[in-house]
Design a protein around this ligand. Structure first.
Ligand SMILES: O=C(O)CCC(=O)N[C@@H](CCC(=O)O)C(=O)O
Ligand SMILES: [Zn+2]
Length: 342
């Protein structure tokens, strides 16, 4: 039965084989009593009899970010083949299967700019990413709706286009009125993620959607640099894989106090959006994420205007001039050692 449903327990291969002809939702039980629901193409949930957390692990919101896909597919295989004794309810999402097949970040539009209803604004539901964003929002809403007394967690796993001075880092979505979670930052640290960026405003990303709409402990987690399938050094992700396994298979997590000196803590000072087609950075294409600039330095030009560094020192992340007008070209960061973490 199981072998027929997901051959070789390879959910990625199964998902990629289904992009043209999507099967209706399927439900079955594992021999250890875990209920498995294949809810949509690339969406699968596992429900143990008793649990305390509702966890979402998503990957391939950008189709060419392969390491997170390999990590999630391995975790799914480990659950299906009973190597992991699952103690928490979990839903895995392979975000954009068609972009995976196309080996590209997206097909028509950046999926991670289409959440919190952005899919239906402006031009409306006119392409596959817009439909997918709407469908994924519904899956998240249904998954989290089942319980309102469990801890909700969503790690949206990515890899970055540029190399980074801090290889692994997480974006903590804007959450006014809620302190940051020490337990979660410590857990990210165990994943090898020792750099945190506190976002300063609402966004249309997947992690912000889960954080804002469902009070989830949600993060965009950047695990390294984008590589094609077969070129990821999986040793670099061993701590992440082990810690996510612990998250899924333990009832109680290790109690480690949060020590801010173990982390690089930044907050977003500003997000620089593109206003003109001629937007250009004043630094080389090979500049790494977290490169620092000093006050007054010229960062970029567009429409005859100069954009300069405003604070004493700002570090940049995700520079990308090749985005549509209106979208983010870069985030400028300043140190944030004293945010409210409890
Ligand atoms: O390396 C890059 O330029 C982009 C990597 C990436 O996909 N990052 C996410 C961050 C989302 C967030 O700000 O939470 C994205 O740009 O969608
Ligand atoms: Zn990404």
């Amino acid at each position: 039965m199981l072998a027929q449903t997901i051959p070789n327990n390879d959910f990625l291969a199964y998902t990629l084989s289904q992009t043209k002809q999507i099967q209706p939702p399927q439900t079955f039980d594992l021999p250890n009593g875990i209920a498995v629901d294949v809810l949509d193409n690339g969406v699968i949930s596992f429900t143990p009899l008793n649990y305390t957390k509702d966890i979402i692990l998503s990957c391939a919101i950008h189709g060419n970010e392969t390491a997170p896909i390999e990590i999630c597919n391995q975790l799914i295989d480990d659950i299906l083949s009973l190597k992991i004794e699952l103690k928490q309810r979990v839903m895995f999402i392979i975000g954009n299967p068609e972009a995976i097949l196309n080996k590209s970040r997206f097909i028509d539009e950046n999926l991670n700019r289409l959440f919190s209803g952005a899919h239906s604004k402006g031009q409306g539901l006119t392409n596959k990413e817009r439909h997918r964003a709407k469908a994924l929002e519904a899956h998240v809403a249904l998954f989290f709706a089942k319980n309102d007394n469990k801890q909700r967690i969503h790690y949206d796993l990515h890899t970055a286009i540029k190399p980074s001075k801090h290889e692994k880092f997480a974006i903590y979505p804007y959450r006014p009125g809620r302190s940051y979670s020490a337990e979660q930052i410590v857990l990210l640290g165990l994943c090898g993620v020792n750099t945190i960026l506190y976002h300063h405003e609402p966004t249309t990303t997947f992690s912000y959607y889960s954080s804002n709409k469902f009070n989830a402990d949600a993060f965009t987690v950047e695990l390294g640099k984008v590589m094609p399938f077969g070129e990821n050094d999986m040793q670099k992700f061993a701590a992440t894989q082990t810690t996510l396994t612990t998250l899924l298979s333990e009832t109680n997590l290790p109690q480690i106090p949060f020590d801010p000196t173990h982390f690089n803590l930044y907050k977003v000072a500003r997000s620089i959006n593109k206003h003109h087609d001629d937007f250009e950075f004043n630094f080389s294409h090979s500049t790494e994420n977290f490169t620092q600039f000093t006050q007054g330095e010229l960062l970029a030009t567009e429409g005859g205007q100069q954009i300069r560094i405003e604070h004493d020192i700002e570090a940049i992340v995700f520079p990308n001039a090749n985005v549509p007008v209106g979208q983010r070209t870069v985030l400028c960061l300043i140190p944030a050692p004293n945010e409210d973490v409890t």
